[in-house]
Ligand binder design. Sequence first.
Ligand code: SF4
Length: 390
Amino acid sequence: MELLDKQSIWQVRNSYLGVYVHFPYCFKKCDYCDFYSEGIGPGPANDEKSLFQSYQKEILDRTNHFPEIKNRTIDTVFFGGGTPSKASAKHWKELLDFLRSEFSFSDNPEISIEVNPEDLSSDLLATYHSIGINRVNVGVQTLEPKGLEFLGRHYDADRYGSLLKVLTHSPIKRVGIDLMYGIPGVSKESFYRDLKLFLEAGLPHLSLYSLTLEKGTQYSRDVTDHKKKEPEEDTQSNILTQLPNLLKEHGYLWYEVSNYAKPGFESLHNLKYWTYEPYLGIGPGAHGMIAGNRYGNPRNANLYQKKQTNTKYEPVDPGTELSLTLFRLFSPFRYLDFIETYLDSETKPKYLKTIEGWEKRGLCSIDAGVFQWNQEALLLLDDLILEISL
Ligand code: SF4
């Protein structure tokens, strides 16, 4: 396992808590977007103030329901959306202050915000830095105007033009971007050209993922009506398999199917989703997992603010959950610890047998209780996950 000495090995951690907060508004609803979000144009949301009040109320309600989470230490906070950079930094600061007054925080928590290119500026990053945000991710998707047009994304040419400079001069050092491939009309070469810019700039975190067709989106209706083409799957498989080596040459660790980071710059918050750590999900459309229970909030900002906090909790099946999340990791993890900690005596042997089978087929390596996929597993991953979840 050649990468082991360089990569972090993920393991069971049971005293921490993550917090995700969903801000549902965007400049414009993108055609492919499956998240709960509403396009409201350039101005602020009318209900921003009351939405932030509702966040605090929900945090208190969830904590009252699960008082044991107060014994945990918050080590990651993630402001996502929607477009959280559309909300005022003052509101994010107040919410952070509130969380700090209610919970204990680790010494160096990761506090992230997603920023859309139209909001990105040096001033905004300086403000975020001053209020304690220490990680920023920008949803670039593509630098090709025709690609952005295909996606139905709002495009501000000046902001797109300056984003690389702004990010490389950021006072916040943990910066990353999302780039998408397989957009009809955007060539493979064009994707690699964009990627090269970010690789050469040495941005510490890159999320590289393929365009997918999600039911219920404008994009899916347009495909049904033959107005738009489906994602280019051959191009996507080709790029997907080329990326690990290309990124490795530039000093990036491949730690999850679609995520690459310079050592030490992995998204600790997202790692919680893949390693079965609890997190509070706050806001309309947010999901959370606390004390082995999942919950989801209504995908409607108005309802979310008017109605009582949804207290429908569904127990999670750890066997299914682990198979769907843990095995997305391409960095090494202590699989025996996860199995011992979370699985019952019936599921354990089944897991171990499947993993041994994978090793025999040359799909993974196992060493002293540590599991790591080999690259050969990448294109088979969906089927392999199915094998272990059955
Ligand atoms: S900006 Fe992001 S969250 Fe908002 S509609 Fe577009 S893809 Fe969805």
